[in-house]
Design a protein around this ligand. Structure first.
Ligand code: NDP
Length: 449
């Protein structure tokens, strides 16, 4: 009889957990994955996927406005039906949820739709009371939105609920100025809501290059978004007319119909029983792991947001793949965290890879910076006063591209391709040697001065 019920028991069927389960099973391991909500995790169910579809929906507002200048007769006051978009998006989420489930099943992974908690180095307890044992346990439970402690916080929503709103709010207040805040500020604004963004500091999208962040702030303000900085959240009070009055430090209170908290995400480790196996957590509650994703317990591993390394889906997927290949496929490898590209699907979107100008100066002393500040051809004809900005940060001596940062239409699509060159260690000269593809926005990358 086998020593354990499974070779691998995975807790959490999100991006990291699904990849690890599927690959480990394909390598021949006996695998079970427990999921307390829906297979697919944050990215598929209430993150990247539905968000990107809403971004597409929001973009029509601009295209319809611009269409007139391109010869199209567009009736005034075109209607927008939030419920139709929401339901269609949820249908697509269901489809992907089904595809993920099929992939796991087709690879022989047992899916257990229940909460699992760790009871020891090789054991878990399921919500229905069953005890299950495994040679290894992989924790891939992700993270959960942080809601600041304040009176009335329960009147607000998070990114978990925002996709399910009954109606489009006329006035939205978004707390935070990071990824989720800026993406939803753009979405709601394009749909016609009045958006106010408040943040405890005066920095938006900390970690992105300053010039790019400044450009987003400038364009967002031009589009009518209201920013209130250095405003610590004090509380929410429901008014007799049903609206929500939000108070904050340093600013007048504001009445809105919806408050969205986008103030970061914390690892989902509470109540997971990790102490029973001696798994160490850091001060943010994240599982401490080594380069092979191993926790302080020899048989327990962790990947994805629960480790709070880089909270991005493609990183969790790579960690899951590396774990499964290393442990079950006799193909040991590790994730390389250098030069990970990322994007913010704001309006317009921004994207970056490598060092920001400030980081590069800190590291190398002096750097060479090349910029292109231009109005995309389409915006010119449309009469849309939005300029794109591309910035390349290079090593002053070798010309190696250390960082590439951009804001403008399609910048995530352009940046993904250019990130290959940055990852490969190419130089400004290599970019210059490449003939421009004209007319495109991407050609600016090989014409930078
Ligand atoms: P972010 O970390 O991007 O931003 C958090 C924001 O909330 C910051 O503006 C921060 O302010 C503020 N903040 C943090 N804690 C508090 C607090 N206690 N009270 C008030 N304000 C606070 O978090 P998000 O929630 O937007 O997103 C979570 C993560 O999800 C991101 O870090 C990202 O990794 C991932 N994500 C990625 C996306 C993508 O790839 N396009 C899209 C959405 C999410 P300050 O910086 O001034 O301290």
């Amino acid at each position: 009889m086998a020593e354990y019920d499974y070779d691998l028991f995975v807790i959490g069927a999100g991006s990291g957990g699904t990849r690890a389960s599927r690959v480990a099973a394909a390598h021949g391991a006996k695998v079970a994955v427990a999921e307390e909500y829906r297979v697919g995790g944050t990215c598929v169910i209430r993150g990247c996927v539905p968000k990107k579809l809403l971004v597409y929906g929001a973009h029509f507002a601009e295209d319809l406005k611009d269409a007139k200048r391109f010869g199209w007769d567009v009736p005034e006051n075109l209607g927008f039906d939030w419920a139709r978009l929401r339901d269609n998006v949820m249908e697509e989420v269901d489809r992907i949820n089904g595809a993920y489930t099929d992939t796991l099943t087709n690879n022989g992974v047992d899916i257990i739709l229940d909460r699992a908690t760790v009871t020891g180095p090789h054991s878990v307890k399921l919500g229905d009371g069953r005890d299950v044992t495994a040679g290894k346990i992989l924790i891939a439970v992700g993270a959960t939105p942080i809601v600041p402690e304040c009176p009335g916080h329960e009147l607000g929503i998070t990114s978990n609920e925002v996709f399910h709103l009954d109606a489009l709010p006329k006035r939205v207040l978004i707390a935070g100025a990071g990824y989720i805040a800026n993406e939803f500020a753009g979405i709601f604004n394009e749909f016609g809501s009045k958006v106010t963004l408040i943040n405890r500091t005066d920095v938006i999208l900390r970690g992105y290059d300053e010039s790019i962040r400044d450009r987003l702030l400038q364009i967002s303000m031009m589009k009518g978004l209201d920013f209130r900085f250095n405003a610590a959240f004090r509380g929410i009070e429901k008014q007799p007319d049903g609206c929500l009055r939000v108070s904050m430090t340093g600013h007048e209170p504001i009445d809105v119909d919806c408050v969205l908290f986008a103030t970061g995400r914390s690892p989902n480790t509470e109540g997971l029983g990790l102490e029973s196996a001696g798994v160490e957590l850091d001060d943010k509650g994240a599982i401490v792991v080594d380069e092979d994703n191993k926790s302080t317990c020899d048989s327990i591993y962790a990947v994805g947001d629960v480790t709070n390394r880089v909270q991005l889906t493609p990183v969790a997927i790579r960690e899951g793949q590396a774990f499964a290949d290393t442990m079950y496929g006799n193909k040991p490898h590790r994730v390389d965290y250098e030069n990970i590209p990322s994007a913010v699907f704001s309006h317009p979107p921004m994207a970056g890879v490598g060092l920001t100008e400030a980081q590069a100066k800190n590291k190398f002393g002096s750097v060479k910076v090349y910029m292109s500040d231009f109005r995309p051809m389409k915006n010119v004809l449309a009469g849309r006063n939005e300029r794109a900005l591309y910035k390349m940060v290079c090593n002053a001596e070798t010309g190696q591209v250390l960082g590439l940062h951009m804001i403008g239409p399609d910048s995530p699509e352009i940046l993904q391709a250019a990130a290959v060159a940055v990852k490969a260690g190419l130089t400004k000269d290599d970019f210059d040697q490449t003939v421009a593809l004209h007319p495109s926005m991407a050609e600016e990358l090989v014409l930078l001065r």
